[in-house]
Design a protein around this ligand. Structure first.
Ligand code: UT7
Length: 328
């Protein structure tokens, strides 16, 4: 019997309208377009403005577009996973709110959090439900309203992040699809990238707010070094295990945290720059949405059977790589 695999059969994103440019950031903090462009590759990022709008609103727009594109009724969806570090609320899960807003009534849904690696972790988790044979249509969303946890007086972090959501549909296949993955975590890395307060360790108080502890805390240089070595390392391991050569790959899709990290990862994998997806200049680091947003941007260039490696590194530390064959 042929083994059931999970394939991405549609991808659709949602970008908030507001464009925060480097020039506008120059007026907000002590920075320059030149510094941001040369150190990160980012030119602009999207920001979700408006009262009462949250991660689930972007996620819901992405899912509505996804189902429309594939011609699927919300009632057909079996399961929905959302990976996010900026849930609307601590509970219930943002995935539940997205299901509610998109009229998905016959599915169960929950959130996952593996920081910037969240989307690929959720994708593989979802693929296992498909491979079980029991679930036929699973939606996976990477969504973050990073502007809700970014300190716009801190030039080290506020220039990097942006808001967005992107969703993919997974369906069973017997040919192309998700084939293999390699994931690793190291909790000792938490010291370099975390949010200090707001969790059970330090519930919110006036003091934590005054100390600005409800924002992303990042030691950029330390994270940078790990990101380059770990993303490339895990991708090469995955390639070697599957006898994949660099020339066999149609695309590498790295998490978009910094153009220098993206370029270094491609180089270490031996993959030419024109096969490495890049859209960081337009959206910045959208945490859970970066990888599906790349697939969405490059969708027209993808061909059935293309070998693609997705790779991410993020808070935790978490990192990993996924090998899939594009299905359409
Ligand atoms: O997605 C999750 C994983 N995250 C990542 O992968 C992020 C990894 N880290 C990075 O991308 C980079 O480390 C950053 C973009 C965060 C920072 O770039 P860097 O080249 O590592 O800069 P740095 O932190 O070493 O700072 C260099 C200088 C410092 O000034 P001094 O001490 O040399 O005088 C900073 O204060 O640049 C200064 N600086 C800035 N200057 C202008 C830091 N931020 C800015 C800024 N504008 N926005």
């Amino acid at each position: 019997m042929t083994q059931i695999k999970a394939a991405i059969t549609a991808v659709h994103g949602h970008l908030p309208d507001y464009i925060l440019t480097n020039q506008e950031l120059e007026k907000m903090v002590d920075t320059t377009d030149e510094w941001i462009s040369t150190r990160t590759g980012i030119k602009e990022r999207r920001i979700l403005k408006g009262n009462g709008l949250a991660t689930s609103d972007m996620g819901a727009e992405a899912v509505k577009g996804l189902l429309k594109k594939r011609g699927i009724d919300p009632a057909e969806v079996d399961m929905l996973l959302c990976s996010t570090v900026t849930p609307d609320m601590k509970f219930p899960a943002t995935a539940n709110l997205i299901s509610h807003k998109t009229d998905i009534r016959n599915a169960f849904s929950y959130d996952m959090n593996a920081a910037c690696s969240g989307f690929i972790y959720a994708l593989v988790t979802a693929s296992k439900y498909i491979e079980s044979g029991r679930y036929k249509k699973v939606v996976v969303i990477g969504a973050d309203k990073m502007s809700s946890i970014v300190d716009y007086t801190d030039r080290q972090t506020c220039v990097i992040f942006g808001d967005a959501a992107c969703a993919v549909l997974l369906e069973p296949t017997e040919e192309n699809g998700i084939i293999d993955h390699e994931f690793e975590t190291d909790g000792a890395g938490y010291v370099h990238l975390h949010m200090k307060a707001g969790g059970s360790l330090k519930p919110p108080t006036y003091e934590t707010i005054d100390a600005r502890q409800h924002y992303v805390y990042q030691e950029g240089q330390a994270v940078f070094k790990f990101a380059v070595t770990k993303m490339a390392g895990v991708s090469v391991d995955l390639m070697q295990r599957n006898n994949l050569r660099a020339e066999d790959l149609a695309w590498v899709v790295p998490h978009q945290a910094n153009l220098r990290i993206i370029e270094a990862t491609g180089k270490r994998m031996g993959v030419p720059a024109d096969k490495v997806m890049v859209n960081i200049q337009k959206y910045g680091n959208t945490t859970n949405a970066t990888i599906p947003l790349c697939l969405w941007d490059y969708e027209n260039q993808l061909k059935k059977g293309d070998n693609i490696i997705l790779t991410a590194f993020g808070g935790g530390f978490t990192w990993g790589a996924v090998w899939l064959k594009w299905a359409y």
